[in-house]
Design a protein around this ligand. Structure first.
Ligand SMILES: Cc1ncc(COP(=O)(O)O)c(C=O)c1O
Length: 478
C-alpha cells in the first residue's frame, strides 16, 4: 500500500510560516472550544478568549458592525426579488445600485471576466483617478480574492530562480515571507526604525540591497506596506520619493501594499498618499503594483474576499501574462467584486443611504482611534514596555524588555522569549496576541502585535497590565 508522506511533497512548503494563525491562535481556539463545551467547569482563569491576534474586524468577539449599505447591496445581488418583496426596507440608492450591478453582472452564481467585471474595474479606475488626480486604466486593474491573492501571484511571477530576492520590511506582515518561502525565493530584510516611529529609510534599504547583491542574490522587487502592518506607520511623501528613486536605480519593481489606506487615526500629521500618485508626480517609469482590499478600512469584509491590484508602468505583454494566469483560476469571487464596488463607490451626499453610511463609518473610525490611543498610553506606563502610538492601520506593536530569568526560562521551554511571554498572557488572561518573532525584529529585541479591534479595552488592557507586572515580578524584575 502506498501512503502519502510529507517528504514526497514540495519541500518549499515546509518552510512556510504564518504566525497570525500559528501556535498562539491554535491554542486560543482550543481554549475557546474548552470554554464552550465545559460550561462553568472549564477550569480556566478567564471566561472568554480575546482575539487580539488578527485584523479580522467582524470576527465573533470583535464584532465590528458591517456597513449597512454594503450588506443591503449584497443582499439584493444575492436575491434580486427581495427588492420587490421588501420594497420599504431598501433605500432607493441601494435598489438603483443593485439594478445597475445586476445589469452588468447578471447572476452572482456565474463566473465573471477573469480580470474582474469590466464595469467594476472601471469604477475602481475612477476611484483611483479621483484619489490621486492621475488617470487610471481599467485594463491594468485586476480584481482579486483579497489583496493576498494578488500579492501571492505577483511574488510567484517575480521569483524566477532560488537566488531571486524581494526586499521585505521588518517587521512585516507574514504573507510576504510565507509566499516567498512557498516559491523558494529569498527575503531580503530591511529594518524599519522604531526610534523614529517605525520610519522607512532609503539608505537602510540601499544597504540591504548591496548586502544581498554581495551574497549573489538578485533583488527583483521591494515591498512597502503603507500604512504599516504591524507598525501602523504612515509614509511621508519625501520618503516615498526616495523609495521610488531607489527602486529606479536598482531596477526593482515596487509592490505597494496599501490595504490600510483609510485606517488613519486623528493623530496623523499628513494624509495618506499612494505610490501611484508619487510615481506619476515624479514622471517616473518605475514598474509599480499597488494593492487594496475590502478586508480593512472600516468595511472589514474579510470573508467576502475582495480586493484589487493596479499595474502602473507594466508592459502589455506582462499584463497579458498576468491575465493568462488569473484566467486559470477563472475569476475572483463575485461577492468580493461587489464589495469592491461598494468600497470605491460609497453613498454620496444627497443619496438616501449617505447619512447612515457616514454615521457608521465615523463611529468605527472613532472607536479604532480611541482604542489605539488608550492602549498605547497604558502600555507605555508599564515597566519595560514602549509602544509607538501608531497613526494608522489596526495594530500596535509594543516592544517589551524581559527579565534575564524569563529569557532563560523561555530557552529551557524551547520557545522564543516573546512567544513564551505571549503564551503566558494567553494562559492567564485569554488574550491572544502574536509574538514579534512572527513579524521579524532585531536580534535580542522582543515585541508582540495586538489589534485595536477588541471592544472592552479597559477590561482587557487591565488584564494585560496585571499579567505583565506579575510576569516581570515572577522572573526577578527588570
Ligand atoms: C498588510 C496586509 N496586506 C494584505 C493583507 C491581506 O488582506 P486580504 O487578503 O484579506 O485582502 C493583510 C491582512 O491582514 C495585511 O495586513
Amino acid at each position: 500500500m502506498h501512503t502519502l508522506t510529507v517528504d514526497a511533497l514540495n519541500p518549499a512548503f515546509l518552510n512556510v510560516q504564518y504566525a497570525v494563525r500559528g501556535e498562539l491562535a491554535i491554542r486560543a481556539e482550543e481554549y475557546r472550544v474548552q470554554l464552550k463545551t465545559a460550561g462553568d467547569n472549564h477550569g480556566l482563569p478567564f471566561n472568554r478568549v480575546i482575539s487580539s491576534n488578527i485584523g479580522n474586524p467582524q470576527q465573533t468577539g470583535l464584532d465590528q458592525p458591517p456597513i449597512t449599505f454594503v450588506r443591503q447591496v449584497a443582499a439584493l445581488m444575492e436575491w434580486p426579488v427581495l427588492a420587490e418583496l421588501a420594497k420599504d426596507v431598501f433605500p432607493a440608492d441601494v435598489i438603483a445600485r443593485a439594478k445597475e450591478l445586476q445589469a452588468e453582472i447578471g447572476s452572482v452564481g456565474a463566473y465573471s471576466h477573469s480580470q474582474g467585471v469590466p464595469f467594476i474595474r472601471n469604477n475602481v479606475a475612477n476611484f483611483i483617478q479621483e484619489r490621486d488626480g492621475y488617470p487610471s486604466n481599467p485594463n491594468h486593474i485586476f480584481l482579486t480574492a483579497g489583496a493576498s491573492a494578488g500579492v501571492t501571484l505577483l511574488i510567484s511571477m517575480l521569483i524566477s530562480n532560488p537566488r531571486s530576492g524581494i526586499l521585505i520590511p521588518i517587521p512585516q506582515y507574514p504573507l510576504y515571507t510565507a509566499t516567498l518561502a512557498a516559491n523558494s525565493g529569498v527575503g531580503i530584510p530591511y529594518h524599519l526604525d522604531e526610534d523614529a516611529e517605525w520610519a522607512t529609510s532609503a539608505p537602510d534599504i540601499e544597504a540591504a540591497i548591496e548586502g544581498a547583491v554581495r551574497e549573489g542574490i538578485t533583488p527583483k522587487a521591494l515591498v512597502v506596506i503603507n500604512p504599516g502592518n504591524p507598525t501602523g506607520a504612515l509614509l511621508d511623501e519625501a520618503t516615498m520619493q526616495n523609495v521610488v528613486r531607489l527602486c529606479e536605480r536598482y531596477g526593482l519593481v515596487l509592490l505597494a501594499d496599501e490595504v490600510y489606506q483609510t485606517n488613519l487615526h486623528s493623530r496623523s500629521t499628513h494624509p495618506f498618499t499612494s505610490f501611484k500618485k508619487v510615481v506619476r508626480a515624479l514622471g517616473s517609469s518605475l514598474p509599480l503594483v499597488s494593492f487594496h482590499s475590502i478586508s480593512k478600512g472600516v468595511m472589514g469584509e474579510c470573508g467576502r474576499r475582495g480586493g484589487y491590484f493596479e499595474c502602473t508602468n507594466i508592459s502589455d505583454d506582462i499584463i497579458a501574462l498576468i491575465y493568462k494566469l488569473v484566467s486559470v483560476l477563472l475569476c475572483p469571487p463575485l461577492s468580493g467584486q461587489i464589495g469592491v464596488d461598494c468600497m470605491v463607490r460609497p453613498p454620496r451626499q444627497g443619496d438616501a443611504s449617505y447619512a447612515l453610511w457616514k454615521q457608521e463609518t465615523d463611529t468605527t473610525h472613532a472607536a479604532l482611534a480611541q482604542r489605539t490611543k488608550t492602549m498605547s498610553a497604558r502600555l507605555n506606563e508599564l515597566p519595560g514596555v514602549s509602544c509607538v502610538d501608531s497613526p494608522g492601520a489596526l495594530y500596535l506593536y509594543p516592544r517589551i524588555r524581559l527579565p534575564d530569568a524569563a529569557i532563560e526560562a523561555a530557552r529551557k521551554a524551547g520557545k522564543e522569549p516573546d512567544t513564551f511571554y505571549a503564551l503566558g498572557l494567553l494562559e492567564d488572561t485569554g488574550i491572544c496576541v502574536i509574538p514579534g518573532s512572527g513579524f521579524g525584529q532585531k536580534e535580542g529585541q522582543y515585541h508582540y502585535r495586538l489589534t485595536c479591534l477588541c471592544p472592552g479595552v479597559d477590561e482587557y488592557v487591565g488584564a494585560l497590565e496585571r499579567f505583565h507586572r506579575k510576569f516581570v515580578e515572577r522572573y526577578g524584575g527588570l
